[in-house]
Ligand binder design. Sequence first.
Ligand code: AHR
Length: 498
Amino acid sequence: MFTTTATIDPAFVVADVPKRLFGSFVEHMGRCVYGGIFEPGHPEADVDGLRLDVLKLTRELGVSMIRYPGGNFVSGYRWEDGVGPVAERASRLDLAWRSVEPNTFGLNEFMGWAQNAGIEPMMAVNLGTRGIEDACNLLEYTNFRGGTRYSDLRIAHGVPDPYGIRLWCLGNEMDGPWQLGQKSATEYGRLAAETGKAMRLIDPSIELVACGSSNEDMPTFGAWEAQVLDEAYDVVDYVSLHAYFGQKGGDRVGFLGSAERMDRFIEGVIATADHIGAKRRSRKKLKLAFDEWNLWHQQDDSAPPEWQVAPRLIEDEYTTEDAVVLGNLLMSLLRHGDRVDAACLAQLVNVIAPIRSEPGVPAWRQTIFHPFALTARYAQGQVLRVEPSGPALHSENEGDVAAVDVVATHDPETGDLTVIAVNRDDAQAGDLQLRLAGTDLVVEEHVVLGGTDLQATNTQAEPDRVTPRTSTDHVLDGTRLSVKLPPVSWTMIRLKRA
Ligand code: AHR
């Protein structure tokens, strides 16, 4: 067993835990919408075809915000195709996923679903095949009170009050060669700035997200952000980041340490955004929207089945080990809560998702559901700065990776302290020795995910094979808390005032 030490002090505040950090993503892709949140005729669907079992799990997951309707899909989407009487809506080709989009679910169905779930929408506009005018029409439809063409159309569609959608993505992954209407950084930066400027004239209260690089491995990463922000810095509030992690070659340590890669990615984007801010002598600090993040293992390069409605696309089945890594990625987002103000676990249902559904049967929780749900529920109040000190592991691709990672949150109102720790070592348990600031705390709950059955999954037949288990493997002695961390495990320990 090895030892890692850290001090947890409520005085070392990074930021309030951002509410939008626990977002997710619903794209018209594969079976996320059709057969996911929406499946008329399913035994658990309501009169509108919304699956109540999926809705219930979404609430349990603790999702605060949902990005919609894409993703790559949005870059070819005409939002008008999905509003108005369903019988009058036409099917369309979805070129992003070479699928057929039936348009029986659209903006108003999504907004009804989100309102019902108590979730904030994050709406994306199409800056691939469309531009300023259509983005403005959409905003007029959603946010203008009435008396104009598109606001009256909304009212005619049975929605008298404006939705007041605050958060808007200016396109999606516009640097990607796979993206419909891909642009150079300068082209996109100009378009984002002009679209944002026009949208703000309709509704000055909106918040805007500019597309950063599609991922950190893009050859233009860094330069893309700098050029886009050279054009759009004054108009936008956020710059986006996307990352999907998986095991590269045989580098398991590198995979288990994915959160360190996420840390570096985030810090690189902060540095680039602040460089542009400094050049402009701006007092404004951009926020980061990590609006697509997850694990993505399937690498099937064969073309997906073409021109079907809701084909099965990237329905990854996640293991216990994946849940440990995912919980650790969320720790990386939390510790950057002073700049990462919004994040979306991509996606919500079926497509690389924490929730799985099949026709005719109840939906179930994938392994990765659990660390997300527990973190969303108990990481409350303020994120604290924690600097663990302990041994490192060696990764082929990533160099040294700390064996143990720790974050903590503190709620100043209740005094509740939540500590989350991950042991990435697959051979040894870790002894985490924490120095606390006071002696007035007791352990309320200690749960562990992992340590055993690392390749186990949750399936339709065995939906609860992998769940967090309660542990008593800790000793609290005055200000010293020692916690045993099993090999490859995620641990949450919650303390309350005595
Ligand atoms: O989430 C799946 C896809 O991954 C999204 O559509 C796209 O933005 C990203 O490349």
